[in-house]
Design a protein around this ligand. Structure first.
Ligand code: C2E
Ligand code: MG
Ligand code: MG
Ligand code: MG
Length: 285
């Protein structure tokens, strides 16, 4: 009997793996058609300077609305796109859109820097630097308007190559942020070698800030590290006034999170910037 049920169990297990493979293949198929079918769009999340109360940046985040699947979260499909290489084309599309938006905003006097997430797979492409600079050029966007967010995984495969490429991008005037800082294989060697200007404290350390002593200490450590290495620090996932107050007092200069705004479409972002700045101007009178 035991043998019998073990066998059934194995069959069930194989069947569920089978199902997983089929699901994944279907997702890959839909993903490969999504660009051509116009199913992607970008939303922008404001980045706030806590000292001046100005919106200084916008992080571009991809959204996928599939006709039958509905909203598919990036955490679900980006890893699949990275694994099968589709991220290269998707990432280039994101960059095009973001640069187009940056040029529109520059023309309207909205002086924000646009932050674009750059996958480790994209950074490994031989012509990534050329492609990025060419995109900026075609949209007539100053390099200083673009920030690229990379994660620590980008430094792991080929450190020398990553350093070289980021250095070239940096030399051209593009700034580099380390995203989700503290969650990857953080190494001070990377920080020393990497031409980076910003550290983004991962939202997992901000969520329980002031409630969890360890998270508070980690956030403090990243803020101090930023100060000593002369890197600007961005807190992501700020959701409450208490978190904002603490970070401001602690000397964390930049923040982004639902407390200020969720990621929103470009038109809404414009309205948000104006009302945020007006609100503060009024508070100052
Ligand atoms: P990320 O780059 O670390 O982006 C921050 C994520 O935190 C976003 O999730 C954002 O919507 C979310 N977030 C912002 N403020 C808050 C908050 O106050 N509370 C909470 N709970 N969440 C907040 P999203 O848009 O779902 O993106 C998830 C991840 O997918 C991103 O993490 C990034 O790694 C990846 N991703 C998104 N768009 C792109 C893209 O265009 N290219 C690449 N390569 N990756 C992308
Ligand atoms: Mg990011
Ligand atoms: Mg992040
Ligand atoms: Mg992330």
């Amino acid at each position: 009997l035991a043998k019998q049920s073990g066998h059934n169990h194995l069959q069930f297990y194989v069947a569920s793996i089978d199902q997983e493979i089929r699901d994944r293949k279907l997702l890959e198929r839909d993903l490969s058609e999504a660009l051509a079918k116009g199913e992607f769009h970008l939303v922008y999340q404001p980045q706030v300077d806590l000292e001046t109360r100005r919106i200084i940046g916008a992080e571009a985040l991809i959204r996928w609305n599939h006709p039958t699947r509905g909203f598919v979260p990036p955490d679900h499909f980006i890893p699949v796109a990275e694994a099968n290489g589709a991220i290269v084309e998707i990432g280039q599309w994101v960059l095009e859109q973001a640069c187009w938006q940056a040029s529109q905003w520059a023309a309207k006097g909205i002086g924000v820097r646009i932050a674009v997430n750059l996958s480790a797979v994209q950074l490994q492409q031989a012509d990534v630097v050329e492609d990025i600079l060419d995109t900026l050029h075609r949209h007539n966007v100053a390099a200083g308007r673009l920030e690229l967010e990379v994660t620590e995984t980008s430094f792991m495969t080929n450190l020398a190559d990553a350093v070289d490429k980021l250095h070239q991008l940096n030399q051209a005037g593009i700034s580099i942020a380390v995203d989700d800082f503290g969650t990857g294989y953080s190494s001070l060697t990377y920080l020393k070698k990497m031409p980076v200007q910003h550290l983004k404290i991962d939202k997992q350390f901000i969520r329980d800030l002031l409630l969890n002593e360890e998270d508070t200490r980690i956030a403090n450590t990243i803020i101090d590290l930023g100060r000593s290495l002369n890197l600007s620090v961005v807190a992501e996932g700020v959701e409450t006034a208490e978190q904002e107050y603490y970070l401001t007092q602690r000397g964390c200069r930049l923040a982004q999170g639902y407390y200020f705004s969720k990621p929103i479409p470009a038109r809404e972002f414009e309205t948000f910037v104006h009302s945020f700045h007006e609100q503060f101007a009024e508070n100052n009178v």
